[in-house]
Design a protein around this ligand. Structure first.
Ligand SMILES: Nc1ncnc2c1ncn2[C@@H]1O[C@H](COP(=O)(O)OP(=O)(O)O)[C@@H](O)[C@H]1O
Ligand SMILES: [Mg+2]
Length: 232
């Protein structure tokens, strides 16, 4: 691994959707790179292409044109199976609506990806405890989602995303259902984890107040990255 090389790079990415007779150009030539351990905010109004871009970064979807590199490897000719393996092992996801399993405790929600990866039970228990500790929820392992606040639920979701030690975490509007103070705490937590663990975070938001809490902000406008970026 070359640490100076970006974790992910996208070049000249285009993506369109067809709805009936209309074609929607969701991304029109996007170039970006994500360094190891940085938090990148992707901002822009609703419909500007944020989710489309994050789905490509998360290897959930493929572009129509352009090239995607992950860890130095071009993915253009990768099979669906190898993309899925890479996604499962290397990428974590955090969603606006938390997407926790309601009948499972916080610990069981965090454990689930490790179970799917076939990690032995004793190692799973240790890693789940460590992940809950990282997000400040050690005392809440047995709580179900309905026994937690919105901010605590999102922290459980972050623990679930980081428990497999991913290279990249994709967070699509993770603070949209949180009040401003809780949202700022959640973004700060992501930035702290990124710096401590070398995990990169790509965070979509249309809340400008979140930008100050990230290393860098990219602005999407109608499928084009506009206005450049800045580093805090
Ligand atoms: N699966 C899809 N089918 C058709 N149109 C889509 C689909 N996904 C996104 N779009 C369209 O692409 C554009 C960008 O959407 P999206 O990436 O969801 O934006 P954002 O996340 O910034 O709100 C919008 O015009 C949206 O309606
Ligand atoms: Mg969206």
């Amino acid at each position: 691994m070359n640490r100076a090389e970006p974790l992910m790079a996208l070049a000249a990415i285009t993506k369109s959707f067809t709805l009936g007779s209309a074609t929607i150009h969701a991304l029109r030539g996007v170039d970006m790179s994500i360094r190891r351990g940085e938090t990148v905010a992707v901002t822009g109004p609703s419909g500007s292409g944020k989710s489309t871009l994050l789905n490509l970064c998360g290897l959930l979807d493929q572009p129509d044109g352009g090239e995607v590199w992950f860890d130095g490897a071009a993915l253009r000719n990768a099979s669906e199976t190898s993309r899925a393996q890479l996604r499962r092992a290397a990428i974590g996801f955090v969603f606006q609506s938390f997407n926790l399993v309601p009948v499972m405790s916080a610990a069981d929600n965090v454990d689930y990806p490790l179970y799917l990866l076939g990690v032995p039970p004793r190692e799973r228990a240790e890693r789940v405890a460590r992940a809950l500790d990282r997000v400040g929820l050690s005392g809440f392992a047995k709580h179900r989602p309905d026994q937690l606040s919105g901010g605590q639920r999102q922290r459980v979701a972050i623990a679930r995303a980081i428990v497999k030690n991913p290279r990249l975490v994709i967070a699509d509007e993770p603070t949209a259902n949180l009040d401003a103070a809780t949202a700022a705490q959640v973004i700060s937590l992501m930035k702290q984890l990124a710096h401590e663990q070398g995990t990169s975070f790509v965070i979509a938001t249309h809340d400008d107040r979140m930008l100050a809490h990230c290393d860098r902000a990219l602005m999407l406008d109608d499928g084009v990255l506009a206005g450049g970026s800045y580093a805090n």
